[in-house]
Write a protein that binds this ligand. Structure first.
Ligand code: NCD
Length: 312
C-alpha cells in the first residue's frame, strides 16, 4: 500500500509495488479519461529549489489531469529560503497547506531531511547529485513499454556518471531485476561513484564494465542512456568546458548499434545527442518524457490514496 508513503530513493518501493504503478500508468495511458477526477480537492506542493522543466511540469500536468491543484515555487529566490528560512521550516509550512510535497533541492540528502519534518508524503524530485526516483520510475516504465519486460538486457550509461543522479537511481533500481548487464561509459573524471559500483553492483553480483569509449561497446547494447554533463555541479568552468563534449551520439556512431537499441535520455539534452538522431526510430527520449507524466499520475493517486488497487 503506497498511501501516505514517502519516495526518497529507488529502493523505497518493492518490485511488486512498482509493478502495480507501471500497470496503472499503462491503463491511464490507454484510457485517457480514467481517474480524471480522482484527486479533486487535493493540493500538491511543488518546492523547486533548483531549475526544472520536465519534472516540475510533468508533476503539475499529472496533478491537473487528475483534477487536483498545485501550489509552490520554481525559483527559490522568490521563496523565504532567500531570507534564510531553514528547509525544515519551509517543509513544515508546506505540509500544513498541501496533501503531498514534491521537492527538488541541490543538497544531497535534502529530501530525506524534508521527510522527517513533513506530516504529508514527500516525493524526491532530485537531491543534488544523489537520487531522482521518479525519473527512474519513468525510465523503467519506458524500458517495460518498449522491451516488454525489465531484465535480460545490457544497458549502457554514457556521459556524466559522477554527478548524474538519474544514472545513480536507475543503476540502483535495475540491480533488482534479473540478468541486467551494465556498461558505464565516461571519462575518468566523471566515473560512477563507488557507492553504486562497489557498494551495490559488486555486492549484488551484477555484471558491469567501466570504459571510456562509446564506439567500442555500442554494438553490445540493448539500451543506451545518454546524460548531460552537469555544469551546475562542477567546481570550475574549465573542467566543464574540457569535458562537456566527451561524447556526442550521432548518426555515424549509431551505424555500429543494434537495430533494436533504445536510446534514452532524461533530458534536457545539450550537445550529447545530435539533433539528427531524433528522427532515428531507435530514439525513445521524447516518448520517455511522456511516460513520465503517466507514471507520476499513477504515483500521485497511489500516494494520496485516491485510488485503491487490487492487492492494496
Ligand atoms: C535530470 C535531472 O534533473 O537530474 N532531468 C530531469 O529530471 N528530467 C537530468 C539533467 O538535469 O541532466
Amino acid at each position: 500500500m503506497l498511501q501516505g508513503r514517502h519516495l526518497i530513493e529507488p529502493g523505497d518501493f518493492s518490485l511488486e509495488e512498482m509493478d502495480r504503478l507501471f500497470a496503472l500508468a499503462e491503463r491511464i495511458e490507454e484510457e485517457p479519461g480514467y481517474l480524471r477526477e480522482s484527486c479533486r480537492g487535493k493540493l500538491l506542493a511543488l518546492l523547486f529549489f533548483e531549475p526544472s522543466t520536465r519534472t516540475r511540469l510533468s508533476f503539475e500536468a499529472a496533478m491537473l489531469r487528475l483534477g487536483g491543484s498545485c501550489l509552490g515555487f520554481a525559483d527559490p529566490g522568490s521563496s523565504s529560503s532567500a531570507k534564510g528560512e531553514s528547509l525544515a521550516d519551509t517543509v513544515r509550512m508546506a505540509a500544513s497547506y498541501a496533501d503531498a510535497i514534491v521537492m527538488r533541492n541541490p543538497k544531497e540528502g535534502a529530501a530525506l531531511v524534508a521527510s522527517r519534518y513533513a506530516s504529508v508524503p514527500v516525493i524526491n524530485a532530485g537531491d543534488g547529485g544523489h537520487h531522482h526516483p521518479t525519473q527512474t520510475l519513468t525510465d523503467l516504465l519506458t524500458i517495460r513499454r518498449l522491451r516488454r519486460s525489465i531484465g535480460n538486457f545490457t544497458i549502457g550509461y554514457c556521459g556524466d556518471l559522477r554527478f548524474g543522479r538519474t544514472v545513480h537511481s536507475l543503476a540502483k533500481a535495475l540491480a533488482r531485476y534479473p540478468k541486467v548487464r551494465m556498461v558505464f561509459i565516461s571519462p575518468p573524471e566523471l566515473r560512477t561513484p563507488e557507492y553504486i559500483t562497489a557498494g551495490i553492483l559488486k555486492k549484488e553480483r551484477i555484471e558491469y564494465l567501466e570504459t571510456g569509449r562509446l564506439e567500442t561497446v555500442i554494438g553490445e547494447l540493448d539500451a543506451l542512456y545518454m546524460t548531460r554533463v552537469q555544469r551546475e555541479r562542477f567546481f570550475n568552468e574549465e573542467d566543464y568546458i574540457r569535458l562537456k563534449d566527451s561524447y556526442i551520439l550521432d548518426a555515424p556512431k549509431l551505424k555500429a548499434a543494434r537495430d533494436s537499441l533504445i536510446i534514452l535520455h532524461p533530458l534536457p539534452r545539450v550537445s550529447e545527442i545530435a539533433p539528427e538522431v531524433d528522427a532515428d526510430p531507435r530514439a525513445a527520449y521524447f516518448k520517455q518524457a511522456r511516460y513520465g507524466m503517466f507514471i507520476r499520475m499513477a504515483l500521485l493517486v497511489s500516494i494520496l490514496g485516491a485510488v485503491k488497487l487490487a492487492g492494496d
